[in-house]
Write a protein that binds this ligand. Structure first.
Ligand SMILES: Cc1ncc(COP(=O)(O)O)c(C=O)c1O
Length: 326
């Protein structure tokens, strides 16, 4: 992924902030984004002094609002949740009516395509990718301009970060490399130890995002020096097939039990980030045990924005996904 209209960053949040800057979003400008979103992403909007304005999504994670009633904003963000293509029609209608810029948040959907075969991330005016979520790498994200509208505002590529990968990444890499020979047991044991230690320290097995994550970025925007090494070592065809097979496997394990998948079917062109499903707190323990037996971890997603938490519908709080990164 390197062309004159692509820029690389460490995190998708930096890529989104840059996208907003390119289209001239500044203090007091409105940016429309879904309520069902990871609170960390707000840092891209808040860092510019812009105002997040929210639209709801339904249980299929599609826009749950008449597009012609959405308020005017400088930009609207459409999210391809878990690598499944968002229905773009209402977003395009909205942009035609208001002149807003359409940003396709494809943080989860590298290699995925819609039903017309169009690569996700290339359908809006600007696409955002969080490469590190799909490819095992210390960090990595991208912004892609899909038309010539703002090409003159694209800044030069930032310098790549020359620091070595953090120790936590090296440890994970070690376990990933030995997994094909020794299975996932050592990894599960290590994960349990880390989680147990974290629970003792902070009261939570899975670290939640920091209180100021809606305002602050996780680190500098420069991508890691080895990003292209990790990127080019991926056999795309294999990776697409691997992800689709894992989806089918988890579907087979969980379907028919208490589980309700978020998406009814895995359409032909979709390359899933994970297997998203709805589960109540009381159900997740047994699901977790079952998934772990087959080497899958599952996580709740997302940690909702502070402004949304108090009135979020129940289904926003019961989405989990089995992760396919490893
Ligand atoms: C839908 C979505 N978009 C963007 C991002 C931001 O990506 P990154 O974590 O690389 O900043 C996330 C991260 O959680 C996300 O879930």
């Amino acid at each position: 992924m390197l062309s004159s209209d692509v820029r690389h960053f460490s995190y998708g949040r930096h890529a989104l902030a840059e996208a907003l800057k390119i289209i001239g979003v500044g203090s007091g400008d409105k940016v429309l984004l879904p309520e069902f979103i990871c609170r960390d992403l707000l840092s891209s909007v808040n860092s510019l002094g812009a105002l997040p304005v929210y639209y709801g999504v339904n249980k299929k994670l599609a826009l749950d609002f008449e597009a012609d009633k959405l308020p005017a904003a400088k930009a609207i963000i459409a999210v391809n949740y878990f690598g499944f293509p968002q229905d773009f029609k209402p977003f395009q209608d909205y942009c035609r009516r208001t002149g807003a810029i359409l940003i396709e948040d494809n943080a989860h959907g590298l290699f995925s395509r819609d039903e017309d075969g169009c690569l996700l991330g290339t359908r809006g005016d600007i696409g955002i990718f969080s490469l590190r979520k799909t490819i095992f790498m210390p960090d990595g994200a991208a912004l892609i301009l899909n038309n010539t509208k703002n090409v003159d505002k694209l800044m030069p590529q930032l310098e790549f970060n020359s620091a070595a990968a953090p120790l936590s990444f090296k440890i994970k890499k070690f376990f990933k490399n030995i997994a094909p020979f020794v299975g996932v047991l050592p990894l599960n044991v290590m994960t349990s130890i880390v989680r147990f230690a974290r629970k003792i320290k902070s009261g939570k097995e899975i670290a939640s995002s920091s209180p100021d994550a809606e305002f602050n970025f996780p680190g500098p925007p420069n991508p890691c020096r080895d990003m292209f090494f990790y990127f080019s070592s991926v056999d795309v065809e294999n990776e697409v097939q691997r992800r689709r097979e894992l989806y089918t496997k988890v579907d087979g394990l969980l379907r028919g039990s208490i589980l309700q998948p978020v998406f009814e079917a895995l359409q032909q062109n979709v390359v899933p980030y994970g297997y998203p499903f709805y589960a109540a707190e009381s159900e997740i323990r047994s699901i977790r045990v079952l998934l772990r037996k087959y080497g899958f971890e599952c996580f709740r997603w997302p940690e909702l924005p502070d402004a949304i938490k108090p009135y979020a519908p129940e289904y926003y709080k019961t989405v989990w996904f089995a992760n396919f990164l490893w």
